[in-house]
Design a protein around this ligand. Structure first.
Ligand code: PMP
Length: 390
C-alpha cells in the first residue's frame, strides 16, 4: 500500500521525491553564495520554461492569486480600460482584482465550456482605447484552453498589452512568450511547475516593464511592486546578492530541482507528454459515455479534464468512493454547475501508471454506485490511446 493517496486534482499535484527532498535541508542564509547560485539558476531556467529570453523573470513567496493581483497593480492606473476574456471562475477573479485597482473592465464572457470568438475580441479591440487584455490560458473551473497566440496577436494589433494567467498551464501547455508577444505570463509553484504551494512566478516583457516605469501614480501594492523586486531578480541572475524581502529559501531550492527536471525532459517533450496523457484520459471518459465541460476536445486543456456525472450520481457519493480507492480528485468549481461535474488533474511528473490507476479508481467508484458500463472499458480506451501515441 502506498503511504499516501494519489493526488490527482488540478493543483496542488504529486511532487517528485527529489523536489521534496530539496526542501528538507537546513535553511541557509539568504546571503549564502550557494543559495544565490541556486536562485540565479532557477531564474535562468524559468526563461526556458516560459520560452522567453527577453522577458524578466520574478519569483516571490506567495500564491498564484498574488501574481494576478500584482499584474493588475503594476499595469493598471485608475480609469484604464481593460478587456477581460471570461471563461470561468478564475477569469471572474481577475475581473474583481482589476476593478480594485480602478480599471474600467469590459468583459467578453464565453458560454460555459466555450472560449471567446476571436472575431468578437477583434470587434471590441477595434473600438480603441484598451490598455490591455487579460485572460486565463486554462480556466481550472471549466478545463477550457484559450488560444493564446491568436489573442496576443490581436492585442498587439490594437496597441494593447496581453496578460495571461497561466497558473493551470505553464510548464505543461504550449507557451512561447517572446514569439507570441505575451507581455505578462504568471503562474504558481503548485501546478505544472511541480513545487509545493508557496511561490508565485511570473515573467514580464520589456514593453510591460516600461509601462510600469512610466506610471503617473505609485503602485498601490507595496510587497508586489515589480520595481522593488526587479533589482533583486537581476542581481540573483548575475549571481549577486540583493534584498527586498526574505525569499522562500527552501522552496526556491525545490524550484531549482523541479525546473532542472523540466528542462532535462525538454519543454517540447513535456508539452507532448501532457497532450498524450490528456488524450488518453479523455478517451477513457468517452468510453464511459461521460460528457466533458469543454464543448470540444480541440478547446480542452491538457492539464486537467472536467467531466459531467452520469445521471443519478452525486458528488457527495462519488468523490469519497474514488478516495477509498486511493485517489483524490476534485469536485466542480464553477458556481452554476458546481454539483454537476468532477475534475481530474493530470499534470507534472505523474506516470502513465498513475493515470491508469486513476481511471481504474473512477471505474470502480462508478460501478459501485450502480452506473452500468463494461468494466475495464475506460482503462482499455486509455491504454489504446497511449499505445497509438507511442
Ligand atoms: N488562476 C488559475 C487558472 C488557477 O487555477 C488558480 C488556482 N487554482 C489561480 C489562478 C489562483 O492561484 P492560487 O490558488 O495559487 O492563488
Amino acid at each position: 500500500m502506498k503511504s499516501h493517496k494519489l493526488l490527482m486534482i488540478p493543483g496542488p499535484i504529486e511532487f517528485d521525491p527529489a523536489v521534496l527532498a530539496a526542501m528538507s535541508v537546513p535553511t541557509s542564509s539568504h546571503t549564502d553564495a550557494a543559495f544565490i547560485q541556486t536562485f540565479g539558476e532557477a531564474l535562468e531556467k524559468m526563461r526556458q520554461v516560459f520560452q522567453s529570453s527577453q522577458g524578466q523573470p520574478f519569483v516571490v513567496a506567495a500564491s498564484g492569486t498574488f501574481a494576478m493581483d500584482v499584474a493588475a497593480a503594476n499595469l493598471i492606473e485608475a480609469g484604464d480600460r481593460v478587456l477581460l476574456l471570461n471563461i470561468g471562475y478564475f477569469s471572474e477573479r481577475f475581473g474583481e482584482i482589476l476593478e480594485r485597482y480602478g480599471a474600467k473592465v469590459t468583459q467578453i464572457k464565453a458560454a460555459i465550456g466555450a472560449r471567446p470568438d476571436p472575431q468578437l475580441v477583434e470587434d471590441e479591440l477595434k473600438k480603441g482605447g484598451y490598455k490591455a487584455i487579460f485572460f486565463s490560458h486554462v480556466d481550472t473551473s471549466t478545463g477550457v484552453l484559450n488560444d493564446v497566440p491568436t489573442l496576443a496577436q490581436l492585442a498587439h494589433r490594437y496597441g494593447a498589452l496581453c496578460v495571461v494567467d497561466g497558473v493551470c498551464s505553464i510548464a505543461a501547455e504550449e507557451l512561447r512568450m517572446d514569439e507570441w508577444g505575451v507581455d505578462v505570463a504568471l503562474t504558481a509553484s503548485q501546478k505544472a511547475i511541480g513545487v509545493p504551494p508557496g511561490l508565485a512566478l511570473w515573467m514580464v516583457s520589456q514593453r510591460a516593464l516600461e509601462v510600469c516605469r512610466t506610471r503617473k501614480t505609485p503602485v498601490a501594492n507595496y510587497y508586489g511592486d515589480w520595481l522593488k523586486w526587479l533589482p533583486v531578480m537581476q542581481a540573483h541572475e548575475a549571481r549577486q546578492f540583493d534584498y527586498f524581502a526574505t525569499p522562500a529559501i527552501n522552496l526556491i531550492r525545490a524550484l531549482n530541482v523541479s525546473l532542472s527536471q523540466i528542462v532535462a525532459e525538454g519543454i517540447e517533450n513535456r508539452y507532448a507528454r501532457h497532450r498524450r496523457m490528456s488524450h488518453a484520459f479523455k478517451a477513457a471518459m468517452n468510453a464511459l459515455e461521460l460528457d466533458q465541460i469543454p464543448v470540444s476536445e480541440e478547446i480542452a486543456a491538457h492539464t486537467l479534464t472536467a467531466v459531467r456525472y452520469p445521471k443519478g450520481i452525486q458528488a457527495s457519493e462519488f468523490l469519497p468512493r474514488v478516495a477509498q480507492e486511493g485517489v483524490i480528485i476534485s469536485g466542480g468549481l464553477l458556481p452554476p454547475i458546481k454539483q454537476e461535474y468532477f475534475r481530474v488533474g493530470h499534470m507534472g511528473n505523474i506516470s502513465f501508471g498513475d493515470l491508469i490507476g486513476t481511471i481504474s479508481a473512477i471505474e470502480r467508484a462508478l460501478a459501485g454506485l450502480g452506473y452500468r458500463f463494461a468494466i475495464g472499458s475506460a482503462v482499455a480506451a486509455a491504454q489504446r490511446a497511449l499505445q497509438e501515441a507511442a
